[in-house]
Design a protein around this ligand. Structure first.
Ligand code: ADP
Ligand code: MG
Length: 518
């Protein structure tokens, strides 16, 4: 009998123009938690999709318990006891939790309703046994992402899967939920289930895994025992060069408020309530203020309200002493605000324009780029070449590359280059490092701190705890559209931050008077 439950040998999977998996080997031992580490685009999800039968590899073989198997589709994978929790959940929103779990695995019989009762009992038993709290009768659209994930896990258990694939399961969870998930994974491993755990978060790998395999740009770099390695070695393997993990920055010396927000209220597009409710804060020159929170707690709408992308229904916004509450997007930008938007495709770039055109979107009317109404193309070219150089923006054809054809990370770097170079007193940066690799993150964090050190005010909106704690000088936590806590990154912990993010904790000064739903 083989030492390995699963072996993937010399796997190759191509997509048009890219080899996503190039001769990859992965060996999974029974009862281990095996982490798969790699930057965005390294090929992790592709490899797991091959194992789950969603893709057919061009080369290579898969063995289960030492025997070569052919996995043509997810049903074959299920037959072999392989289950997968996808990066983007695949639940049906209008179905109940129970129906989602049993969907596709219904035991058929003339007395269908009796079978459903059995199914229900099995699901409840599993959920109790593993501490996976769910409400089986709730509709998926009404439950939290954390619970949706538990539904996905129960789906695997319901099918008696013994090999469990988790594709970036922690990206959407609070710190408490992450701890719970780790505990659950440990429990599975103890029972002899074998786990593949995809992540690019080194803390999680160190906390829970037995071994780690690293992929880089579609290639297999190596496998190490977790107890014999450390975060620095892993990140160097992942990126391919030494990475400075901890951001070096001096103490902040904030001065006067640059941005003052008073009672800002922004309606929600999706629901009837307000997405942002009566929010007040200042951002001072020389500080990075971070708005932390779980995705969907009003951070997006707060920024829309500040930048003018959405109309606020109440409140006052003062920038550099000027009331901009009613100003247009362009007026606000000119009043001293730069913006690295959350949605780089919608608000960051004109995808059909070239890189150099995108670089001068707000600037082309300036004297240096215009002569009697004619654009000075050579000046635009020179300017964009300098930004491309300074910010290491990589693309096929330099300034004349069409933005659409660039990778997400480089599109983001282009936006950041443009916005930082505008040199405004306030920079609003929304998830500036989302989707970027460790090396690019290092670079962007340094640039944010440089902005601060120039005496600019920086408002950073981030979902990444490490970013929140590593970059900011002051933290405000948003929960259900309101500020619920103000924390000092030097004094707080991820756990404490998590309590505020999940609504479990709220500081006295942010409590509502008058006993409205607290
Ligand atoms: P990871 O999960 O490590 O972030 P992926 O496996 O998702 O990486 O992607 C690896 C590479 O393959 C990326 O460059 C990605 O753009 C590309 N890719 C992934 N899926 C597809 C697809 N269905 N079609 C085309 N290209 C894809
Ligand atoms: Mg992936």
């Amino acid at each position: 009998m083989s030492e390995y439950v699963i072996e993937m040998n010399h796997i190759r999977k191509e997509f048009p123009g890219i080899v996503a998996n190039d001769d990859i080997t992965l060996q999974l031992k029974k009862g281990e938690i095996h982490a798969l580490l790699g930057e965005n685009g390294a090929g992790k999800s592709t490899l797991m999709s091959v194992l789950f039968g969603l893709y057919q590899p061009e080369a290579g073989e898969i063995k289960k318990d030492g025997k070569v198997v052919k996995i043509n589709n997810p049903n074959d994978a299920t037959e072999l006891g392989i289950g997968m929790v996808h990066q983007h959940f695949k639940l049906i929103e209008v179905f109940t939790v129970l129906d989602n779990i049993i969907l596709g695995a219904e035991t058929t019989g003339a007395l269908g309703f009796l079978k459903k009762k059995e199914a229900r009992e099995k699901v409840i038993a599993l959920s109790e046994k593993y501490g996976l709290k769910v409400d089986v009768d709730a509709k998926v659209e009404d439950i939290t992402v954390g619970m949706q994930q538990r539904v996905e896990i129960l789906k695997m258990l319901y099918r008696d899967n013994e090999i469990l694939i988790f594709d970036e399961p922690t990206a959407v969870l609070t710190p408490q939920e992450i701890d719970e998930l780790m505990e659950i994974m440990r429990g599975f491993a103890k029972e002899g289930k074998s786990i593949l755990f995809i992540t690019h978060k080194l803390n999680e790998i160190m906390a829970v895994s037995d071994r780690v395999s690293v992929l880089r740009k579609g290639k297999y770099i190596g496998t190490v025992n977790t107890k014999d390695t450390n975060k620095q070695e892993l990140s160097n393997m992942m990126v391919g060069r030494p990475v400075q993990l901890e951001l070096q920055k001096k103490e902040a010396h904030p001065t006067d408020p640059v941005l003052r927000v008073e009672g800002l209220t922004v309606p929600s597009k999706l629901h009837k309530n307000n997405a942002v409710e009566d929010v007040s804060f200042d951002v001072r020159a020389g500080e990075v203020l971070c708005i932390a929170g779980i995705d969907g707690n009003g951070q997006t709408e707060l920024v829309y309200g500040l930048t003018g992308l959405e109309k606020a229904t109440a409140g006052k916004i003062t920038l550099q002493g000027q009331d901009i509450s009613k100003a247009s997007i362009r007026q606000r930008a000119h009043a001293g605000m730069s913006h690295i938007p959350e949605d780089r495709h919608k608000h960051g770039l004109v995808l059909s324009f070239t890189l150099e055109q995108n670089m001068v979107l707000q600037k082309y009317k300036e004297k240096r780029f215009q002569n009697h109404g004619f654009i000075k193309f050579d000046e635009v070219r020179k300017y964009s070449e300098k930004l491309i150089e300074d910010f290491d923006v990589r693309s096929g054809q330099g300034p004349i590359t069409v933005a659409r054809s660039m990778s997400g990370g480089n599109q983001q770097k282009a936006i950041i280059a443009r916005e930082i170079d505008r040199d405004e007193p306030l920079m609003i940066a929304v998830q500036p490092t989302r989707g970027l690799d460790v090396g690019a993150i290092e670079h962007i964090h340094k640039m944010i701190v440089q902005e601060r050190d120039k005496g600019h005010a920086v408002l950073l909106v981030s979902l990444e705890l490490e970013e929140v704690l590593g970059v900011s000088d002051r933290i405000l936590v948003m929960y259900e559209g309101e500020i619920v806590g103000e924390l000092d990154p030097k004094k707080t912990t991820p756990e404490e931050l998590g309590l505020y993010m999940s609504g479990a904790k709220r500081q006295e000064k942010f409590k509502k008077g008058g006993g409205v739903d607290a």
